[in-house]
Write a protein that binds this ligand. Structure first.
Ligand code: ZN
Length: 423
């Protein structure tokens, strides 16, 4: 078991060493998968790529992205694993089932998974209620084992039964919660309805979330109103679990070294640089018998390469900003409505807005139409301030500002409107 701040040595290795580690593990995974997983051989051969062509993580760009729908089709055509399995069927230890159904295998030996919980501070002495389902989905059992691997005691609760969960938390003096943010919110609301004082009667000190993103306002409520320290992890079931996790800095999620995780242009599959929004594509390196190379999650994020104060050196993904279908590509950058909103809604002078994307002589242009609460504000100054914030978040500049009279932008018109014509 780990001691101290970090769960293993990988978490703090210098970036150059990490790149070597990932390249080496990737070469091994690719060579093994090509030989043992028929689906991998098929997809490489189709792309005209030999295992020896994949020397570094950058070379992954040569390969197609496999999405959930592809995996489902592959499995339907070749039950049960779609040629992804690289071992004899009788050597499969356990099978999980994702919606579809999609069949996934995973051995019980993946101890590295625990670092997502270790970073959140789970230790021996903690009593942790696991409210993820133990049925079909990998969530319940995988998280159960990871909590145990941190030395803590696990309460096998599963989903639902809110009233009973509250009673259990009280009587077992539960210190940690594992589940979704919305379920913890439901529990708290229900407990208060039942007349409980959360801070006085419950011992809960920390919460670990995955499955849905934690809204900043909800995090604030948990932490400030109820003294519950919160952490989130990004997990995807098909490639085998937790891909990135938060540390105490809570500023992005560190990528696990058991995967090569890329942020790519979902249309071209090319890797993007820090701060650029693209699809999270991941290749697992922890299970040679599961030949899933370049799994496209459909989730959009960006990554930060700057060092983190916590001492972990892995790059961080900066939250999930949307789904691949929701993004609008402007001058090569993906903009998601939620991010644009985050940049613009922070200005109290703005009542309503709509971001219009259009084309002028083969160049994408962006116009921000705004309705102001108070017309006397310095409009030029406001445009400069909004653009600075917008560029921080979306990495691209708004070209034009148009202040329109109240009522011009309908309630439902807010967001991004793509008016480009491709003729
Ligand atoms: Zn950190």
């Amino acid at each position: 078991m780990a001691v101290g701040e970090y769960y293993d040595k990988l978490e703090t290795m210098p970036q150059a060493k990490r790149q070597q580690h990932l390249d080496k593990a990737l070469r091994e995974q690719v060579a093994y998968a090509y030989q043992h997983s028929p689906a991998v051989k098929k997809s490489f051969d189709k792309a005209g790529v030999k295992p020896g062509d994949i020397k570094t993580t950058k070379d992954l760009e040569k390969l197609p992205i496999i999405r959930k729908t592809d995996l489902l089709e592959m499995q339907k055509a070749d039950l049960p694993y779609g040629g992804v399995l690289g071992s004899a069927k009788e050597d499969v230890e356990r099978i999980f089932i994702s919606p579809g159904p999609i069949y996934e295998i995973q051995p019980s030996t993946c101890k590295w998974f625990a670092k997502a919980f270790w970073a959140a501070g789970f230790r021996k002495g903690d009593v942790v209620i696991n409210t993820f389902t133990y049925h079909m989905s990998p969530a319940g059992i995988l998280f159960h084992e990871a909590i145990k691997d941190c030395g803590a005691t696990v309460v096998v609760a599963g989903t639902g039964n809110t009233d009973l969960q509250i009673q259990i938390m009280k009587e077992l003096k539960v210190t940690g919660f594992v589940g979704t943010p919305s379920f913890l919110n439901t529990i708290i609301k229900r407990a208060e309805e039942m007349g409980h004082n959360i801070k006085k009667e419950l011992d809960i000190k920390r919460a670990w979330f995955t499955g849905e993103m934690l809204a900043p306002s909800l995090r604030k409520t948990f932490e400030e109103d109820y003294d519950i320290d919160t952490y989130q992890t990004y997990a995807v079931t098909e490639p085998g679990g937790a891909i990135a996790y938060e540390c105490k800095e809570k500023n992005g999620m560190h990528l696990m070294d058991e995967y090569v995780t890329e942020i790519v242009d979902p249309e071209t599959g090319k890797q993007l640089g820090p701060g650029e929004v693209g699809e999270i594509v991941t290749t697992q390196l922890h299970n040679p018998n599961w030949g899933l190379i370049r799994f496209g999650t459909g989730d959009l994020s960006s990554y930060e390469a700057e060092p983190c104060k916590c001492g972990r050196t892995a790059y961080r993904i900066m939250g999930i900003v949307g789904r691949a279908g929701d993004a609008v590509k402007v001058r090569g950058m993906f903009i998601v409505a939620k991010q644009a909103e985050q940049a613009i809604k922070g200005f109290p002078q703005i009542d309503k807005y709509q971001l219009i994307v259009w084309r002028k002589e083969h160049r994408d242009e962006m116009t921000l139409k705004c309705e102001l609460k108070d017309k006397t504000v310095d409009q030029n100054r406001l445009a400069v301030d909004i653009n600075s914030k917008f560029q921080d978040i979306c990495r691209i500049k708004i070209d034009h500002f148009e202040y329109v009279s109240p009522g011009t932008i309908g309630e439902k018109a807010e967001g991004i409107k793509d008016e480009r014509k491709w003729e």
